[in-house]
Design a binder for this molecule. Structure first.
Ligand code: MG
Length: 304
């Protein structure tokens, strides 16, 4: 049953970004921890992860919800590469995979410096085909969202996977728990969430911004914004450069200069979000047990 959304307005620009008559629609409920939404416009479908239940689910506007992949190796963040192929971060086998058109999986990344990754969490693909992903320890902390293991990486890194060589390189190594990531529309800035506060209140709950140098290096890291309720997990940008972040009380929206514009309040803790629909003006929200959607006046900045 659609419900009238509650908004928190911080800035007079925010009311123009929401549709007054729009309702927050619960499209599905029954997940244990919903994550990783990705829109496939060509198939008119949304895929998202239900991590503890070991499945990737599919929602279509007319057909409801079905299982896309089970077991999913505790898949978390999902995105698409520039050929439209699904790219998935898997906690279970601690790797990043690509699903080929025939359905087979290609392993893109599973080790760094000769040791297993921690548990890849989220990924984004740049227009040059490079894949940038985060590797916190959430998927190996217990047997709930993966398999408990002792981390072998000394740090929790942000990696860049080179589209030509396939090699992965750690591009930032000083995060506590790097999580969601998103490029600005012009790809000159990469935003990365640090959700360290999830397990220790004294650790970060902020999103950092980095300048992208030569299309492949990150420079000038700075704190872009703080999340005042819960933690930042998945993040996305719109075509105007605003940043939309998951949070404990909903979805927070920040202007390109870091000013918080407002919040869409959601009944459950939000883990991730993506823009979808034919006009990319529908915000799909993965929030604990449920998948929600709401129409907005902005447009998502990238196809996934
Ligand atoms: Mg995440």
């Amino acid at each position: 049953m659609p419900i009238a959304p509650l908004y928190h307005v911080d800035d007079p620009r925010f009311p123009h970004m929401i549709v007054g008559s729009a309702r927050l629609e619960e499209l599905y409920s029954g997940c244990r921890w919903a994550e990783g939404p990705v829109w496939f416009g060509d198939a008119n479908q949304l895929l998202w992860s239900d991590i503890p239940n070991q499945r990737i689910l599919r929602w279509t506007p007319g057909g409801g919800v079905s299982v896309f992949r089970e077991p999913s190796n505790f898949a978390n963040g999902l995105t698409r590469d520039r050929q439209g192929r699904l790219v998935a971060c898997e906690h279970g086998l601690r790797r990043v995979t690509r699903t080929e058109p025939d359905g087979t999986l290609t392993v893109l990344a599973e080790r760094h410096a000769g040791k297993p990754l921690n548990s890849p969490n989220d990924a984004v693909v740049k227009s040059d085909g490079s894949i940038w992903f985060t590797d916190p320890t959430y998927g190996i902390l217990s047997d709930y969202e993966g398999y408990r293991a002792v981390p072998e990486q000394a740090t929790r890194n942000v990696y860049r996977l080179d589209p030509e060589s396939g090699a992965i390189e750690a591009v930032v190594t000083d995060f506590n728990q790097p999580n969601g990531l998103a490029f600005s529309p012009d790809e000159r800035v990469l935003y990365v969430a640090d959700s360290g506060a999830s397990h220790d209140e004294t650790l970060p709950r902020h999103i950092r911004a980095f300048d992208v140098a030569d299309g492949r290096r990150l420079e000038n890291g700075r704190v872009f914004c703080l999340i005042d309720e819960g933690i930042p997990d998945g993040i996305r940008t719109d075509t105007q450069g605003n940043l939309w972040s998951s949070a404990g009380d909903g979805v927070h929206c920040f202007a390109p200069d870091g000013t918080r514009l407002g919040k869409i309040l959601v009944p459950q803790t939000v883990a991730n979000l993506t823009f979808g629909g034919p006009r990319r003006n529908r915000l799909f929200i993965a929030a604990t047990n449920s998948l929600y959607a709401i129409y907005v006046t902005v447009t998502g900045s990238q196809a996934p």
